[in-house]
Design a protein around this ligand. Structure first.
Ligand code: TRP
Length: 459
């Protein structure tokens, strides 16, 4: 069978943006920004995106397109007979771990979508500060009750896994591309609308200050490694995802332009989310400690929506789009393993999809239960969910990115990277030297220092 390719330039960009834009921007970014000191985190995050994220994205695209095969196969094709394929294997493993807990949060979005649609999310709450402060009727209490219960979140997770199976069996072009192309622009429009609402609320200035006015004394090893991990997570880097998508790119794709478009749109979504969440947090007095972390946006956003006319409509639309954004990301993660099984073991698309997704019914359930019934089961002091998130994002992704940059900078066949980049840059443009320099000389030592530093700080 001929290798599947993306059908059009716009479809290709939409699918790659679809992979990048997801819960990482909407759910993880605000939570990480909040717990790492606000603007200082944002600053380092942006630096990481520019000097590490974009060059690494180009490296992954080039590896995928140049070799035309999956995340592990790439290394075997370009460096046969060596152990480099293990770098790809690390990526496949990391992607699977992330997929396991990501599916749980994706499940939460389906719950919030249905509750918005039926209106039950907003039932029993009257506008006005006092009503919100009664504990049993707050969005906070509702979210906590929901995630800590056993069955509800499990059912939603199963729904999400089912939708993934259906879309993935449809294959690259029909499934992924079609869904992404028309929903992403809609997401942008919604976010801009919410931004206007949030920024016009009383008390917004305090939130803006927290998000945009850096307090440099907050910067330490943990903040830096979290920003680095978040940058890789959000751009879908460090685990072969964009190698896999790169292998679906036709030769004519201009990699530099594609990488810039994808990373800037991804950054923009995260930035807009910050502008929505932080003014709202301060304006509603939600900046207490117990609201930090995973449940943050699921508590804050309904507050914002309830300030708008047609609350349920906005809320339904938003959670629907968030579901789709999560879906286009889970699809891209599952695609790494599926593509590997197809290319290497010649499995049919259907068999590969089932082999990859069926075990999640068990594994994601365990993650989901770690909020409630399994909350006391701790690994290194963290719940199963937090442990998986921490180890995969803060350690495995940077390690994967480190190996990828060393590989493309030092071990790939001579001239390989330049050849892949040439169509987008023309011959001998100085920018090529900059990209090569960043990948070869800046990325490896910088990522290594950050990793070692955080290992020393949190052994
Ligand atoms: N980038 C996605 C998000 O922000 C998540 C994701 C998809 C991902 N594919 C990935 C993260 C590959 C790391 C590696 O939601």
């Amino acid at each position: 069978m001929a290798k599947a390719k993306f059908g059009s330039r716009i479809g290709l960009i939409a699918a790659t943006v679809g992979s990048a834009v997801g819960l990482g921007n909407v759910w993880r970014f605000p939570a990480e920004t909040q717990s790492n000191g606000g603007a200082a985190f944002l600053l380092i995050y942006v630096v990481c995106v520019f000097i590490l994220g974009i060059p690494l994205m180009l490296a992954e695209f080039s590896l995928g397109r140049g070799s035309g095969t999956d995340a592990i196969g790439t290394f075997k094709v370009l460096r046969p007979g060596t152990k480099w394929w293990l770098a790809g294997a690390l990526g496949v493993l990391a992607s699977y771990l992330i997929l396991t807990y990501y599916m749980v949060v994706a499940g939460w979005t389906t719950e919030y979508f249905f509750q918005s649609l039926t209106g039950s999310l907003y039932d029993g709450l009257q506008p006005g500060a006092d009503a919100y402060n009664k504990l049993d009727s707050t969005f906070h209490a509702r979210m906590e009750n929901y995630v800590c219960s056993a069955w509800n979140p499990l059912i939603n997770t199963f729904v999400m896994i089912g939708i993934n199976i259906a879309v993935l069996i449809g294959g690259v072009q029909k499934g992924i591309e079609r869904v992404s192309t028309w929903l992403m622009p809609l997401l942008f429009m919604l976010l801009i609308t919410f931004c206007c609402v949030s920024l016009s609320m009383p008390g917004a200035a305090k939130g803006i200050d927290f998000f945009l006015h850096p307090d440099f004394s907050r910067i330490d090893g943990t903040v830096i490694v979290s920003a680095l991990g978040q940058a890789f997570f959000s751009l879908s880097l460090g685990m072969g995802c964009l190698i896999t998508y790169g292998s679906y790119f036709p030769k004519s794709t201009k990699l530099v332009q594609t990488a810039l478009t994808v990373s800037m749109l991804d950054l923009l979504v995260a930035f807009l989310m910050g502008l929505i969440i932080f003014p709202a947090i301060f304006s509603f007095g939600l900046d207490q400690a117990e609201l930090r972390g995973s449940t943050l946006v699921f508590v804050t956003l309904p507050e914002v929506f309830s300030q708008m006319p047609a609350t349920r409509l906005w809320s339904t639309l938003f959670f629907l789009l968030l579901m789709v954004a999560a879906l286009t990301s889970t699809i891209s993660m599952a695609e790494i393993s599926i593509s590997f099984l197809q290319d290497r073991y010649h499995r049919s698309r259907k068999a590969a999809t089932l082999i990859v997704l069926l075990p999640l019914f068990v594994l994601s359930s365990v993650c989901s239960l770690s909020f409630g019934p399994l909350a006391d089961f701790k690994i290194a002091g963290m719940t199963i969910f937090n442990f998986l998130d921490n180890i995969s994002t803060n350690y495995m992704l940077p390690l994967g990115a480190l190996l990828t940059s060393i590989f493309i900078g030092w071990f790939a066949p001579k001239g390989f990277f330049r050849k892949e980049l040439t169509p987008s840059l023309g011959k001998d443009k100085p920018i090529y030297g900059v990209i090569e320099f960043l990948v070869k000389w800046i990325a490896p030592p910088l990522i290594l220092i950050i990793l070692i530093n955080s290992l020393i700080a949190n052994p």
